[in-house]
Design a protein around this ligand. Structure first.
Ligand code: PLP
Length: 433
């Protein structure tokens, strides 16, 4: 095992911090929580990424979720390359948009109608505006540690990126904008019942990450999402599953498929674009009919439905739904997760792990977290050491103890074995890193 060095990345970082806040274009990339500097990537293919120093990494971030087929899948590259020659953006409808809408609807039947946007943030923002417009109510309910993008009204107790930086909400968000944003701890069943008993008739929408991936990995308790569904139906609140992370990831059909629960609206991002900027929201046709121009709730986008991005999304979803088997992926995720736990415990380090489909979480704690509050109690020092150790031997994990990890169909059994061997060494020498 060779320890990597990062001279070129360090010098690029020195330049980048002068040009961009923190040297990055999105905060979680900055390695701040792990007391390190980011590495600069040059190329990604399959399960791997190569940095500016020529180091090769086994990648478990996958661009924070989109790269479920692995980076630069040849068939996707071919489709996107062909599409580029037809122009980059039309600002007018194309048959491609129909194709992706049909594909999404086939996979997620709850999405009776759909609107494409360019990011998960936009999708969540628009879904909430729509829910408020449809119900004529103002209040929304979110859960501590769930992240739904960086829209003002949602930057309350918002998990990983925000928590990593220790910012409780964010300066710049007026109190008036979040006064109608109610929050509860995830998995607090009694709290949910009490809140609905008191304010249910005033709640426009409940938005939730049905498996939380922005506070490490938190599974809903049995019956919790079902209860949410029931309370929303009774009170006329719109239930929004934010499946930006979990959609086409924990299984082809997201958490709604796993749990067989039909949300009123869903938001998508990440995998739906296969690495290109696409987000989407959709759901019940009677609600979606309120979106402009068929209805009065305004929402628009110059690059929405962009043909190159949509082609990338179509090819990704076609391959996922026809050529790949999520049970295979789940087996590899399981081997990785249980392997990490076993290696850690061999060296006397408590590690709790959970996983579903191609998504996993590991936490330096004895017990799995049921809420963000519990996830925040993990051993951060050990996480930092583990992260830095793994990175220096070529394994690229999320640089935050509050992020889920992702594995792709391109990861082989050997990649997982290699990862576990490195982890064994790093756990054995943890205090050295
Ligand atoms: C990533 C993410 C978002 C935001 O998506 P962007 O494309 O980064 O704007 C929203 N919700 C969840 C659950 C996410 O994981």
């Amino acid at each position: 095992m060779k320890k990597l060095s990062f001279e070129r990345s360090e010098s690029l970082y020195a330049k980048a911090v002068k040009l961009m806040p923190g040297g990055v274009n999105s905060p979680v990339r900055a390695f701040k929580q792990v007391d390190a500097n980011p590495i600069f990537i040059e190329r990604a293919e399959g399960a791997y990424m190569w940095d500016a120093d020529g180091n090769k990494f086994i990648d478990y971030i996958g661009s924070w979720g989109p790269a479920i087929l692995g980076h630069a899948h040849p068939e996707v590259v071919e489709a996107v390359t062909a599409s580029l020659k037809n122009g980059f953006s039309f600002g007018a409808p194309s048959a491609l948009e129909i194709r992706i809408a049909e594909l999404v609807q086939k996979i997620l039947p709850s999405m009776e109608m759909i609107r494409l946007v360019s990011s998960g943030t936009e999708a969540c923002m628009a879904a909430l505006r729509l829910a408020r417009g449809f119900t004529g109510r103002d209040k929304i309910l979110k859960f501590t540690g769930c992240y739904h993008g960086h829209a003002d009204m949602l930057l309350v107790k918002a998990g990983s990126g925000v928590a990593t930086l220790g910012i409780p909400g964010s300066p710049g968000v007026p109190a008036a904008v979040v006064k109608d944003t109610l929050t509860l701890a995830f998995n607090d069943i009694q709290g949910l019942k009490d809140l609905f008993a008191k304010e249910g008739s005033e709640i426009a929408a409940v938005i939730v990450e049905p498996i939380v991936g922005n506070s490490n990995f938190i599974r809903p308790k049995d019956g919790y999402l079902e209860l949410m569904r029931e309370l929303c139906t009774q009170s006329g609140a719109i239930l929004i599953f934010d499946e930006v992370m979990t959609g086409f990831r924990v299984g082809l059909t997201g958490v709604q498929g796993l749990k067989n629960i039909k949300p009123d609206l869903s938001t998508l991002g990440k995998v739906i674009g296969g690495g290109m900027p696409i987000g989407a929201y959709g759901g019940r046709a009677d609600i979606m009919a309120k979106v402009a121009p068929s209805g009065p709730v305004y929402q628009a986008g110059t690059l929405s439905g962009n043909p190159v991005a949509v082609t990338c999304g179509i090819k990704t979803l076609e391959l996922l739904s026809t050529k790949y088997d999520f049970t295979d992926l789940a087996k590899r995720t399981r081997r990785l997760s249980l392997g990490l736990k076993e290696r850690a415990e061999k060296h006397g380090i408590p590690l709790s792990v959970d996983y579903e489909g191609g998504m996993f979480g590991f936490m330096f704690s004895v017990k799995l977290p049921e809420s963000f509050e519990e996830a925040a109690q993990c051993n951060i020092t050990q996480f930092k050491q583990f992260f830095r150790g793994m990175l220096s031997y070529g394994v690229y994990l999320a640089p935050s103890a509050y992020e889920a990890g992702f594995i792709s169909f391109a990861h082989s059994d050997k990649d997982v074995e290699d990862t576990l061997n490195i982890a064994d060494y790093v756990f054995a020498n943890l205090s050295q890193f």
